[in-house]
Design a protein around this ligand. Sequence first.
Ligand code: ADP
Ligand code: MG
Length: 289
Amino acid sequence: SIPLSFFAGIGSASREGILVKGSNFLEGLAETKTIVFDKTGTLTKGVFEVVAIHPKTLEAKELLHLVAHVERYSNHPIANSIRNAFPDENDSCDVSDITEIAGQGVEAMVNGHKVSVGNTKLMDMIGAKWNNCSKLKGTVIHVALDHIYQGHIVISDVLKPNSARAIAELKKNGIKQTVMLTGDSKDAAENVANELKIDNVYSELLPQDKVLKFEKILGNKDRKNDVVAFVGDGINDAPVLSRADIGIAMGVLGSDAAIEAADIVLMDDDPLKITTAIKISKKCIRIVR
Ligand code: ADP
Ligand code: MG
């Protein structure tokens, strides 16, 4: 039978905007030793600003427009940010055949020409020769027109105001190891991990690589009962949310798939709520024992 204190715990969690799908997950939180985080939209705001434009032959504005056209129908935080920065200027471009390639980018036909927008993996896949720009701070979005490289834009996200504090607080509350998994580039990932003092960071991962990496972390537990939690926003990481001992979804009120995959749902997108949840879980355990 489920001890009464867990019902009280689930109640106090829900008053904090932390929805726990069962008392076993609250119990598991108290045994959590490793927390694995997604980056974009989880530790960072997922609101990107364009910080540089490097066209090869087109005008800067034309390059930006190509990106904006292709991103029009995507739900990715990158797409949402670009749409907000460049609201459709009502031009009569004909955009069709949109294909989103998870963890790589988007392709579409624009006025009869194929436009590809994404990372170096996407450029390599279509055989477009991209420029080396590894020293740039931010996320580099490359553009190709009919498989011919057209240059890149650099976009930059910011940390959530509470992310650093959340990582520090977790360390004070029994979390031994923090990890970040991201599809973003090594540089962008390491910038964030260093600023937040995250122990281990793995970058340039496709959605399926994130699952494999997570399974490796599960296989490296010190003790069988140690719990490994994953925190993500459901964009390109829902499979990891399902795979985790405890999957925690945040800022997902628009995404049914993430809410479905998660064991715990944070109603707002404040990473400090994870520590709140752990404190509640430990209080329950103390009452039971
Ligand atoms: P994260 O793990 O940081 O949440 P994703 O797996 O969602 O990242 O995406 C990984 C990378 O793939 C992004 O950093 C970007 O380079 C590229 N990418 C994904 N979706 C898009 C998109 N809609 N437009 C441009 N690039 C994208
Ligand atoms: Mg993500």
